[in-house]
Design a protein around this ligand. Sequence first.
Ligand SMILES: [Zn+2]
Ligand SMILES: [Zn+2]
Length: 263
Amino acid sequence: MHIERIWPDTRLRNYHYLVVCQETGDALAIDPLDAELVLATARRHGWQITQILNTHHHHDHVGGNAAVRAATGARVLAHAGAAGIIGDVDRGLADGDTIRVGRSIELECLDTPGHTMSHICLFAHADQPALFSGDTLFNAGAGNCHQGGDPVALYETFASRLGRLPEGTRIHAGHDYLLNNLGFTLSREPANAIARNLAQQLAAQAPLDMPVTTLGEERLFNTFFRLQNPAIIAGLREHFPELPEAPSPREVFVCLRALRNKW
Ligand SMILES: [Zn+2]
Ligand SMILES: [Zn+2]
């Protein structure tokens, strides 16, 4: 499995991905917005885009569907619950479905509500497991819930689905927000030396050179995976006095998400 990360340089800092079977050259395009760039990348390498996957219905994740499909004849795949909004979806997906790319790649569909209520993450069972997490889990952060989402559902997705994947899983997110997210981590946990060192190290890094973090690393600097950290809880209680001294992870997550909205 080859993963090509594409940077279309949008205002929202989107990443696109091509997941390529190295035996056949078949490719799955994930969340294309800049169709020209995605098509040119495939052409340059001699890959054939046979499928398009939208993690969810937001425009910056589906805007290139029509042009990529027109140029390649690729089938469009999306969460069955989002298919009506996206339009022209050839295959509606549900939790546990498998997407095959060429001969060598199998991707498992995870139903991951929270950012929107019909959001799919893809998990690649491979020697180096990989997650395509759309706008659910960002490197060092979590998706917002402003446009059709729900923070409690997002917590459940983090706790019961994404947090249970193998620790070595590499996180390929829908946007490059890593540096900004580390800033939020440090606002909650100023003594987090790992987050501070990483932020310093990446301060001048180009988006295509940003590291792809693993789930194990996320636990060290993603606030939304550090819900029992005493410093985070103490800091939150200054903003949310009603929060109990020993809050549940769910309560901490929801307060963090609310605080992040205003940060
Ligand atoms: Zn989105
Ligand atoms: Zn997005």
